[in-house]
Design a protein around this ligand. Sequence first.
Ligand code: GRF
Length: 210
Amino acid sequence: MPEAPLRVVVLVSGSGSNLQSLIDDVHGRGDAEIVLVVSSKDGVPAIGRAEGAGIPTTVVPLAGREREERDAELAATVAAADPGLVVLAGWMSILTGTFLDAFPDRVINLHPSLLPSFPGLHAIRQALDWGVRFTGVTVHYAEEVVDGGPAILQEPVPVLYGDDEEALTMRVREVEHRLVPEAVRLFAAGRVRRDPDDRRKVQILPVEVE
Ligand code: GRF
C-alpha cells in the first residue's frame, strides 16, 4: 500500500457531479487528494464544486487554436501539479498524444455505456435507440482513440421498458458516482496493473493481507 496520498488531477467541462462524488468519497480521506481541477470551460458548475471544497482550479480552453497547442499548455499545467493520476470526469474535449503521452497509463476516463458499445457523444440516447436491455458505465484508460482504451471497471445498468433519456441517465449517473471513486481508490492502493505483455488486459490486484 503506497504511503503518501495519491495526487489526483480532475479534468471537467460541465456539471461536475462525478467530481463531487470524488470530493465526497475520496478527497482528503487519506488515500487520495485532489490537487487541481482543470476545466475546458469557464463558469461551469464543476468549478464552483471544486472551489467549495477548497481545491485549486484553472481553465484551459481550446478557444480557436490547434488541439496540440492547447494540449501542450494542458500538459504543462497538469504536470505542475505532479499528479499520480489524471481523471477525465466529464471532460468533453478530445485529447491528443501531446497530452496523453505526458502521463502514460495515468489518465483514466469515464463513459456512460458498456464500451465498446456506444462510444462518443449521446451514449445513453444511442443505447435507448438501439433497444439494448443493458447499458452501463465504463472507467477505462484514456488513449488517443476516443473511448478506446481498455476497461478498468465496468458495471451494467438495466434499460427498463418505458425509460426515457432522463430516467436512464439518472440511473447511469448513480453507478458512475460509485465507480469513479472506486477506481481512484484502486489506483491509490496500487491495485491496478496494466499487463505489459498485453496492454488491453487490466488486472485488479487482490487486497494485500498483512
Ligand atoms: C458523465 O456522464 C460522463 O460519463 C460523461 O460526461 C458526464 C459528466 O457528468 N463523460 P458530470 O459533469 O460529472 O456531472
